[in-house]
Design a binder for this molecule. Structure first.
Ligand code: TXA
Ligand code: MG
Length: 511
């Protein structure tokens, strides 16, 4: 294909510059390609009634030519020129949802070339609400075919910059009208069957149709992995909207999803191959590993729809080869969000519970008498171990009257081993520390007895010796010279390494 100069024209939808529209309309009438904003995604416009223009569209996108284009109109009366046998419900649907993010499929009239419909006898028609789109359609003669203005297979463009990334040098003009409103392609409703059938979910949902014309069908292949049945919209069969990295959807309840993604991100960092994470405003703070992107707020899923494709594109600039995404409830706009995510993921998904069930404990708390030397030393030693799981590691004391820094000799001996207790402040053990996700390890038998007598039988409280099956006594250096602290560190170091092995093997056993 020849390289051409792509003109980029900024245009304000609240104050449309007619000269720019006239220039763009003239290009379309000459059979050339102009990308333009719509409320859903940017479209790659061409004259829908010129066979040759459709061919150019497929070439620029690198799109299989059996994948039909949507014809965009600006005036409802124009529908009759390109569609025949229009069913009566169409008026009601148009009255409610046009102009807007709805595409309807009808039998085509003879004026629509097969190039535009990918050889089908039906035509997809949409009337966008974006004023730039409407003005352009009128300037072009009324019928503008427009697939999403991305390279085939890539995420659809929601900004003019996305279009530029994909199509610069391959098309004649880009109208830059800023960021789109909805961010996901229109809902496609097949009007050639009764009741009408949703072939692609979008901002207009099944529930919204139902209120206007009663129940509609939904193409069953949309959310299923069953690839033996082809979706009815030819375009839905391709792996789509795909980032360069592998995308995997983590499914479960949100808490489990977060725990699972945290674990995956932690493991990946250990291997020096950070993962990408698609998170939400509500969940971003829970991730401390990986490259985390906020896709929007769960309180308003429209924000998620709007950001989805740009987040997928942003990951292309990051050095990650796998992206994990939280999932969203399949209702309202969530249906369309999950549909696009599933397609971007090529239906790769993992149940969060599979990963979470490997994690018997999430916290390890060491308990000593005063939480000033052996407990904090053990905790710090464990923090330096290579663990397959990320634990919250703490220490507590049985008798802590007020918070105090670590014993100075303990700190001195830790420093000599390139560790520090500088951040430590002693804390009293209490009921909060005994939750079931916490492994409580006491330094001496006496602290275990104290805990059990106070809180009753617990199956997550052990002495350190007992838990790792090693009865090497942990000497108490309190009041003794520095060398005693050194001996204590030596013993603890051995025991904590065993503890790390034991914790790591716990994860293996479950696998
Ligand atoms: O929001 C949108 O619909 C955007 C903007 C630009 O309007 N356009 C868009 O077009 O998403 P495209 O080409 O990326 O997706 C069109 C989808 C494809 O899945 C295609 O197979 C399906 O519509 N389609 C088009 N004509 C069809 C027909 N006659 N029968 C069944 N499916 C059809
Ligand atoms: Mg597309």
């Amino acid at each position: 294909m020849n390289f051409m100069e792509t003109k980029i024209r900024k245009i304000d939808k609240n104050q449309i510059d007619e000269k720019i529209i006239e220039e763009a309309g003239a290009l379309l009438r000459e059979g050339k390609l102009v990308a333009f904003p719509t409320e859903t995604v940017y479209g790659l416009g061409a004259d829908a009634l010129q066979e040759e223009a459709a061919r150019k569209t497929y070439e620029a996108k690198g799109r299989p030519s059996d994948n039909p284009l949507i014809v965009h109109i600006a005036d409802y009366e124009d529908l009759k020129k390109i569609a025949v046998n229009i069913p009566p419900e169409t008026d009601m649907l148009a009255a409610h949802f046009w102009p807007g993010p709805l595409t309807m499929i009808f039998e085509k009239s003879d004026v629509v070339p097969y190039g535009t419909t990918g050889g089908l006898d039906t035509v997809a028609v949409r009337m966008p609400v974006d004023p730039v789109a409407q003005a352009l359609i009128r300037a072009a003669g009324g019928f503008v075919s427009a697939p999403s203005a991305n390279t085939s297979g890539r995420p659809s463009p929601t900004t003019a910059q996305h279009v530029e990334e994909d199509l610069s040098g391959k098309i004649d003009m880009i109208l830059d009208g800023g960021t789109v409103d909805i961010g996901l392609e229109s809902t496609i409703l097949d009007m050639t069957v009764s009741p009408p059938m949703i072939l692609r979910p979008g901002a207009i949902t099944a529930e919204m149709f139902e209120k206007v014309i009663g129940p509609v069908d939904v193409d069953k292949t949309l959310l299923s992995e069953d690839s033996t049945q082809a979706p009815k919209a030819p375009g839905m069969k391709y792996r789509h909207y795909a980032p360069k990295a592998k995308l995997i959807i983590v499914e479960g309840d949100l808490r489990e999803e977060i725990l699972a993604i945290r674990q995956i991100a932690y493991e990946a960092d250990r291997k020096g191959q950070p993962i990408g994470i698609i998170a939400t405003s509500e969940t971003v703070p829970f991730y401390n590993h990986g490259i985390v992107k906020n896709i929007g707020t769960r309180e308003n899923e429209k924000t998620i729809a709007r950001n989805l494709y740009s987040v997928l594109r942003e990951f292309d600039d990051e050095n990650v080869d796998t992206i994990y995404s939280e999932s969203f409830a399949v209702q309202g706009i969530g249906t369309a969000i999950m549909n696009r995510l599933e397609k971007a993921a090529g239906h790769l998904r993992i149940p969060a519970s599979e990963i979470v069930k490997l994690q018997k404990y999430r916290k390890v708390t060491f308990v000593s008498g005063t939480d000033s030397a052996r407990g904090p030393m053990a905790a710090e030693l464990l923090r330096h171990c290579d663990l397959k799981q990320e634990y919250v590691i703490n220490s507590r004391g049985i008798v802590v009257l007020f918070p105090e820094p670590a014993n100075q000799k303990a700190e001195a001996i830790m420093k000599s081993a390139q560790m520090t207790l500088a951040d430590h402040s002693s804390l009293q053990f209490d009921g909060e520390d005994i939750q079931e996700d916490t492994l409580v390890l006491t330094i001496d038998e006496s602290q275990k007895e104290k805990i059990l007598s106070e809180y009753g039988e617990q199956d997550n409280v052990f002495t350190l010796n007992e838990f790792i099956g090693d009865d090497t006594e942990i000497p108490d250096p309190y009041g003794k010279p520095l060398t005693a602290y050194g001996e204590c560190l030596e013993v603890l170091d051995k025991l904590i390494k065993k503890l790390a092995d034991k914790l790591n093997s716990l994860m293996e056993e479950e696998k």
